[in-house]
Design a binder for this molecule. Structure first.
Ligand SMILES: *[C@@H]1O[C@H](CO)[C@@H](O)[C@H](O)[C@H]1NC(C)=O
Ligand SMILES: *[C@@H]1O[C@H](CO)[C@@H](O)[C@H](O)[C@H]1NC(C)=O
Length: 434
């Protein structure tokens, strides 16, 4: 801008010299010239040049300095395949609008759900494992200590995520920060089976996520990262380094060993119906692995999912599997997809905004309406071969806004959500056409 102003004035001066100037545009310039403010002797213009240069240089220096500053993450490129079109079993629907919210406002982020007759167990953001019974929420056990509430305290307070009931009626809980626990659901007494401060195969265990239990009592469980805790999960997204694992705890030897490594955000865990394999969700790759227990070989069970998959659960009544999507992936509307091939940009963004602002942007995209992609909630049902056969959606997120897990019993589905304040329930008879 500065240079332009000067140029037009020089132009004006030369116009004046060649007597081309009349009443038109250069009055201001002319009068400046008359009072000898213009030209090399002009005080103001003499300073504008160096000032502009200094200003530009300092801007450039700041930008260069910023770019040279180390980023809090070491981002790498990863490939997310184009999400499938929402057609066939993924055809947009509002099945989840027939659901209802239970315990609304009384539960903060019930991610995983265990059904046990009249009793339901959920873990929440205040660190508690809760018992839900006849409309009441009772706190059963918390593995960490106060202060609690808020992401910044989770490391001390703990955050129960994946849960399962084992055959003797003990609840097995994966606390994202603290380890694996076995809980007496009557008394709330517990023992720690595995502490997250123990490294496995020489590598740290961060962000325990989900688990399932084999017929021999072995506990198969995931940790999502070797570097980031749960409350830093946006950094895990932004970095894209695959260092999540599938581990197994052997109750006979109390030893934990590694079964799979290099997973990009290892998440949900589910044994197959015949218990010969473990299905392992790899969230940031939008796919699920099948780990064969006998041979120790892993192959892809399903991929190109239309969302970032969270927990996976087997549904006994239907003999199928349900996956809740933490986020829906749609062409042109998925920030995480768009950034997957741009590690440099992710590194700069992580520097500029830190982990919270990135989630803020993501939330804005999530809520900015149909333009930014719908549905807001998606759960898919898959057959034993990993083929999606049905989906349940809520286009606007009015009733169910995200799904972490679908738990199913004979007549009913329950929906957990890591950031909802309710438990979703859908009677199967309320599903149109059922
Ligand atoms: C998933 O996407 C990849 C890459 O676009 C493609 O090669 C593969 O065939 C797709 N698989 C399925 C099951 O759609
Ligand atoms: C799964 O695949 C096997 C082998 O291809 C086939 O026999 C079976 O019918 C398939 N199951 C379903 C539910 O489609």
């Amino acid at each position: 801008m500065c240079r332009h102003e000067r140029a037009s004035c020089y132009h004006c001066v030369s116009d004046l010299r060649s007597e081309k100037i009349g009443s038109s545009s250069c009055h201001h310039c002319v009068s400046d010239l008359r009072s000898e403010k213009i030209g090399s002797s002009s005080l103001s213009y003499r300073w504008i040049g160096p000032f502009c240069t200094a200003f530009l240089i300092s801007i450039i220096a700041m930008v260069v300095g910023f770019i040279l500053m180390p980023s809090p993450i070491d981002p790498v490129e990863y490939v997310l395949p184009e999400p499938n079109e929402l057609v066939g079993p993924l055809e947009p629907n509002d099945v989840l609008k027939h659901a209802e919210r239970l315990y609304s406002g009384k539960l903060n982020g019930p991610e995983s759900i265990v059904l046990d007759g009249d009793y339901i167990y959920v873990g929440t953001a205040d660190g508690w494992v809760n018992v839900l019974h006849k409309g009441e929420v009772r706190k059963l056990v918390r593995f960490g200590q106060e202060p609690c509430g808020g992401m910044e305290n989770e490391q001390i307070c703990g955050r129960p995520l994946g849960m399962r009931m084992e055959e003797h009626g003990f609840l097995i809980v994966a606390d994202a920060y603290l380890g694996l626990f076995q809980v007496n659901v009557v008394t709330g007494d517990y023992i720690q089976l595995f502490s997250s401060s123990t490294s496995v195969n020489g590598k740290p265990v961060r962000f325990l996520n989900d688990l399932d239990i084999g017929p021999d009592g072995k506990i198969y469980f995931t940790h999502s990262s070797a570097k980031w805790n749960r409350n830093e999960f946006p950094m895990l997204f932004m970095e894209g380094v695959p260092n999540g694992r599938l581990l197994v705890y052997d109750p006979k030897t109390e030893v934990v060993s590694e079964l799979m490594d290099k997973l990009l955000f290892a998440n949900g865990v589910q044994l197959t119906r015949d218990k010969s394999a473990v299905l392992v969700v790899e969230t940031l790759k939008a796919r699920v692995w099948r780990y064969d227990i006998k041979s120790g070989k892993a192959s892809i069970w399903t991929e190109n999912l239309s969302g970032l998959p969270d927990n996976i659960r087997y549904s006994k009544p239907s003999g199928t599997y349900f996956i809740g999507m933490a986020r829906v992936r749609q062409k042109g509307a998925a920030l995480i997809d768009a950034l997957s091939s741009k590690p440099w940009l992710r590194g700069q963004l992580a520097k500029l905004f830190g982990s919270n602002s990135i989630m803020f942007f993501e939330k804005m995209l999530f809520w900015c309406g149909p333009l930014c992609g719908s549905p807001k909630a998606l759960a898919v049902e898959l057959n034993e071969n990993g083929t999606v056969i049905r989906s349940m959606q809520d286009q606007t997120g009015e009733v169910i806004h995200r799904v972490s897990e679908v738990e199913s019993s004979s007549g009913v589905f329950y929906f957990g959500s890591f950031d909802g304040n309710y438990l979703g329930r859908l009677y199967k008879k309320h599903i149109p056409g059922s």
